[in-house]
Design a protein around this ligand. Structure first.
Ligand code: ATP
Ligand code: MG
Length: 649
């Protein structure tokens, strides 16, 4: 940023206090923030209360070699034991997962059944020579064998590296090579809007460049006659056949590796984020308990893909360690029709639903009639993660999905943070649409200027975390220097998130997008999030992305890319109207110079808008790294549309 702070443009006046009935029964009660003021003591209490240890830790956090912090370092545990074995006597017959296949098939797995599957597969992996500390790559769709494989690795002390099942062969190969994985677990194919996506065939292409892989385990899911290489490849069902369901969990040190996961690659080359055992499990169980207010009878649905950190922390590890009943859906939200998710909510009586703003904007674009077809009255709490949520999208979610009655937890966090960092506690915190509200108890966050000084309330700047937390990344796999450079060198002693944020007079945090994306217009630092939210507040707009492109007069000019709601046609009159609307909502300085209507925006495979590609288009540059892009076709189309877009004089 050129100046020390960010412009504060958008004002949001709406406030939603917790419904009294919700507040009365909530896991988090007023006073929790004070309880957590001594963050070291608070996290130690959580670790001892929520985790079953073979040896309880006596050290909270070893801070002798910052930023290489070690949490609960003398503790010993097994994560899979915590997710499964310890529940068997009390809730063995409770459903761990309601699984819904895309074609409509169903599976229900109780904790007891899940434990047996994991035990068998853990023994099978041992039989393939997988040992403690070995890396196992997993390239799968959303089928039960995916969490089974992760838990089997955790059980025997192997380190998993899950690669999202929608990634290309190249992306898979790069990640296998970086982690030097010994075994790959995949499936013959996965369902994608009624067609069979050839996972095993893709994996085979990747395997041409991955000398470390000794064995490939293949789950049969779609029956597409996947090619099998003799001696290397083995069917999952053959492998587990006859295996003992009992597999003694490995006793792990709290700081042993649990998994590696690559970031989604919105800004550039993905980083192999390293998470360990005790601190991670403490972070995800504590946040899952308080943020999602989880109760024994809840039917909890985190509708992310397990290939992302959201799925690791809030489909697999947090919910299972907390003994929750979860939902897993294999397919696309619009298959066979755009009401698929709502149909599942109704059928399973889902009570808690967690998704991404990109999905909510798609629901808005499709229209209100799809959720209206279903009885969603079982829902009591909603959540979002992944991007700033535009206030209008928040309102739509609140009204059309939450029936006006469900609190919404807008959770800010990253692959690197492992668990939710900034979030409302439902029942305690008043909600403001578009704000992630306050740091979770035991988490320290601040907004700082270029020099690292705290920006007073009301101002904006860089979001930092001010002290270590249990579920933090430990390093970038194999690259300590990148860990230091990326996160700890910008502001000494503070963790740099890469995101911009502002705080309002109540101390609420408003995420403003990535600092790399911040626009500098006529001497003002303007965030992407505020201009986009102003555009989305117009009834014709479903989704918007803005970038600053170089301009001879103003330094940068705002270029907007806008997707309209179903049935609306974009013309020059609408362009003028939208410009005026932004000018009126947040000020003339933020008026886009150009507006291009596009059927979609370039997104990562996790659904986040990739603004850097729009900037490349706007400045007629060669596109940067596109390996994590989901919809490559759209980029050429947008470039074509942008070429012919009218400009404000
Ligand atoms: P890369 O680091 O490789 O560029 P990425 O940052 O997109 O990829 P993730 O770790 O999946 O990878 O995403 C974390 C980022 O997502 C955050 O830094 C932030 O920019 C954004 N984000 C997540 N949740 C929220 C939220 N509730 N509000 C605003 N932004 C969010
Ligand atoms: Mg990131």
């Amino acid at each position: 940023m050129a100046d020390s702070t960010l412009e504060n443009l958008l004002r949001e006046e709406r406030v939603f206090p917790p419904p009294p009935e919700f507040a009365a029964q909530a896991n988090a009660q007023p006073g929790i923030y004070e309880e957590a003021e001594d963050w070291r003591a608070w996290w130690m209490r959580q670790a001892l209360e929520r985790i079953t240890w073979y040896e309880e830790p006596t050290v909270v956090v070893d801070e002798s070699n910052p930023p290489f912090y070690k949490w609960f370092v003398d503790g010993k545990l097994n994560v899979s034991y915590n997710c499964l074995d310890r529940h068997l006597e009390t809730i063995g017959d409770k459903v761990a997962f309601h699984w819904v296949g895309e074609p409509g098939d169903r599976r229900t797995l109780t904790y007891r059944e899940l434990h047996e599957h994991v035990g068998r597969f853990a023994n099978a992996l041992k039989g393939l020579g997988v040992r403690r500390g070995d890396r196992v790559a997993i390239y799968m769709g959303m089928i039960p064998e995916l969490p089974i494989a992760m838990l089997a690795c955790a059980r025997i002390g192997a380190v998993h590296s899950v690669v999202f099942g929608g990634f290309s062969s190249d992306a898979l190969a790069d990640r296998i090579i970086d982690a030097q994985a010994k075994v790959l677990i995949t499936q013959d194919g996965s369902w994608r809007r009624g067609t069979k996506f050839p996972l095993k065939e893709n994996a085979d292409v990747a395997l041409e460049r991955t000398p470390t892989i000794e064995h490939v385990v293949v789950v049969e899911r779609v029956g597409n006659d996947a090619p099998m290489t003799e001696g290397r490849d083995v069917w999952y069902h053959d492998l587990v056949e006859g295996q003992d369901a009992e597999c003694e969990p490995e006793v792990m040190g709290a700081e042993d590796l649990l998994y590696i996961l690559y970031t989604s690659g919105t800004t550039g080359k993905p980083k192999g984020i390293v998470h360990t055992q005790g601190g991670y499990l403490t972070g995800v169980t504590t946040t899952h308990h308080y943020v999602f207010d989880i109760k024994p009878d809840d039917v909890y649905w985190c509708a992310a893909d397990i290939g992302w950190v959201t799925g690791h922390s809030y489909i697999v590890y947090g919910p299972l360690a907390n003994g929750a009943t979860g939902v897993m859906y294999e397919g696309a939200p619009d298959h066979p029709d755009k009401d698929r998710l709502w149909q599942i909510v109704e059928e399973l009586g889902v009570t808690i639903f967690y998704t991404a703003p990109t999905a909510i904007r798609a629901f808005m674009k499709w229209g209100d009639e799809y959720p209206a077809r279903h009885d969603l009255s079982s829902l009591r709490l909603l959540g979002t993660v992944g991007e700033p949520i535009n206030p209008e999208a928040w309102m739509w979610y609140h009204t059309h999905i939450g029936g006006g009655r469900c609190p919404i937890v807008d959770t800010w966090w990253q692959t690197e943070t492992g668990a939710i960092m900034i979030t409302p506690l439902p029942g305690v915190v008043d909600l403001k649409p578009g704000s992630a509200t306050l740091p979770f108890p035991g988490i320290g966050a601040d907004v700082v200027d270029d020099e690292g000084n705290s920006v007073p309330l009301g101002g904006g700047g860089y979001l930092v975390l001010t002290h270590p937390w249990p579920s933090m990344l430990r390093t970038v796999y194999g690259d300590d220097q990148r860990y230091l450079d990326t996160y700890w060198s910008r502001f000494p002693g503070k963790y740099f998130t890469g995101d911009g944020a502002k705080r309002d007079p109540d101390g609420y945090f408003w995420l403003l997008g990535r600092v790399d994306d911040i626009m500098l217009v006529a001497g003002h630092n303007i965030s992407t999030a505020e201009v986009e939210s102003a555009l989305v507040a117009h009834p014709a707009v479903a989704e918007a992305a803005v970038v600053g492109r170089s301009d001879p007069i103003t330094g940068q000019a705002i270029a907007a890319f806008v997707t309209l709601r179903a049935g609306i046609v974009g013309d020059e009159a609408l362009i003028d109207e939208l410009r005026e609307h932004v000018g009126k909502t947040i000020g003339p300085i933020a008026k886009p110079k150009s507006i291009v209507f596009t059927p979609d925006l370039p997104k990562t495979r996790s659904g986040k808008i990739m603004r850097r590609l729009l900037k490349d288009i706007s400045e007629h540059r060669q596109l940067g790294d596109v390996t994590t892009l989901a919809n490559a076709e759209i980029v050429a189309e947008i470039a074509e549309l942008a070429e012919h877009a009218p400009e404000e004089e």
